[in-house]
Design a protein around this ligand. Structure first.
Ligand SMILES: [Zn+2]
Length: 436
């Protein structure tokens, strides 16, 4: 049997094991960088399938690296398994949750699906003598845009020839999608406490400074590059209205199409913070919690993903599955919910698709040829980071999308290990891609 048939057959025969793993992580729903149990689940799965597992990497107790084989071409996969605050959802197709953590970005599927891809490629090595090594990375804390960034700075990912990622989504694509560079920063203002009615003239309000910073940043929006965004939330705005607050803290994200543009926006936000401090007689300090690059695309890998998707067979869905997706879509309030589960993929034609979000996978793409494809795991236009993803992320449609992704990831690895000319083309495109 050919290696690609081994992969397909193996994943069809063992899909329940991987779906159960995804559902278990779905029920654990742990916060970023605290995914201890989910990390254990994936490590145990990979150990069971004879991978050598290193659990807990430098600075990151919930990261792991699992290796199988000693072959020449080293294929990397990336698991994510963190959940999101407030997105716990009961198993009903309308909003109802307890406010806890939930898998509103489908990372339960991402983790189990990438591990499944690695295990399927291992089967192809065992049964056909494919000259490859599989490296499955457990990458925590994607939602805080930190996990892979720290791993990259600690020297990981340099041990693979390519890194192949995927994400559960509302459509299929081959990874020709450009993410934004991002910076996550907190700003802390310090002022002077005073009685708010007896002697406010003695006080210097840190909250006033934080509010003026918001005003300034909202005016700034109009005068930055049109692909750039900023968002903020208040972490602390003082304690009591009758005491002038001497402490306030706000959290900002700056995003832009390139890393260089992002740094410029971040500098202008810092200027606004300085101005707010000057206006209010307070002081300000900031901390950069994390920074991501935008991603280097690789169309050779995207074209390969397209071929492998068609070979694996784009999933189709039953009437019952479509009906459920429509029910959720209606509960979300989406218009035009007809034909809500997509059963096709567009051929990459060299056009870059822009995504308004960011991912720490971008930092991996800066050091090793990387692609991040998407597969249908829930209804079209389901808002990401919402209860509607949580409720769909442990259903048959999600499992189908995950097994499909595992087939594509494993067969891409198989092709790259078998075809050195293709791997050479991937590396050549990576070397030529613009550094930002
Ligand atoms: Zn995600």
């Amino acid at each position: 049997m050919e290696a690609k048939e081994v992969i397909k057959e193996y994943l069809d025969q063992n899909k329940k094991e991987f779906a159960d793993c995804a559902d278990l992580i779905h029920s654990l729903a742990e916060p970023s960088a605290e995914e201890y149990k989910s990390c254990d689940v994936l490590c145990a799965l990979l150990e069971k399938h004879s991978f050598a597992v290193e659990k807990g990497l430098k600075d990151q107790p919930t990261a792991f690296r699992a290796i199988y084989g000693t072959g020449k071409t080293r294929i990397g996969y990336m698991c994510e398994y963190d959940a999101l605050a407030t997105l716990q959802q009961d198993d009903v197709p309308y909003l109802q949750g307890n406010g806890g953590f939930g898998h509103g970005c489908g990372h339960n599927l991402l983790g189990a699906g990438s591990a499944a891809a690695g295990i399927a490629l291992k089967e192809a090595i065992d049964r056909t003598g494919l000259d490859a090594t599989v490296v499955v990375y457990g990458t925590p804390a994607e939602e805080t845009l930190l996990g892979k960034t720290i791993m990259v700075s600690n020297g990981y990912f340099r041990d693979v020839d390519v890194c192949i990622g995927w994400h559960p989504l509302d459509h299929n694509d081959c990874g020709e999608v450009k993410f934004k560079a991002a910076s996550s920063m907190t700003f802390t203002f310090h002022g002077v406490k005073a009685h708010a009615c007896n002697c406010p003239e003695n006080g210097r309000s840190a909250l006033d400074a934080a509010e003026l910073m918001s005003v300034g940043c909202n005016y700034l929006r109009e005068h930055i590059d049109r692909d750039s965004y900023l968002h903020y939330s208040y972490i602390n705005g003082g304690d009591r209205p009758n005491i002038v607050p001497d402490y306030a803290k706000v959290w900002y994200y700056a995003r832009a199409y390139t890393y260089g543009q992002m740094l410029q926006v971040a500098e202008r936000i810092k200027d606004v913070a300085r101005g707010a401090a000057l206006m209010t007689g307070t002081t300000v300090e900031w901390e950069v919690l994390g920074e991501n690059h935008d991603n280097k695309l690789n169309f050779t890998l995207s074209n390969l993903a397209y071929e492998c998707m068609n070979e694996a067979g784009i999933p189709t869905f039953t009437e019952e599955e479509k009906e459920y997706a429509v029910t959720v879509a209606k509960a979300v309030g989406l218009p035009n919910v007809k034909g809500v589960l997509e059963e096709w993929v567009e051929k990459p034609d060299g056009t870059i698709k822009k995504d308004n979000g960011s991912s720490d996978i971008s930092d991996v793409s800066q050091i090793v040829p990387t692609v991040n494809l998407n597969t249908v795991c829930y209804g079209r236009y389901t808002p990401n980071h919402s209860w509607a993803v949580t409720v769909q992320a442990n259903k048959p449609v999600a499992h189908k999308g995950m097994i499909f992704a595992a087939k594509v990831l494993a067969s891409m690895g198989e092709r790259l290990a078998r075809d050195s000319e293709l791997l050479g083309k991937v590396k050549e495109e990576f070397a030529k891609a613009e550094n930002v």
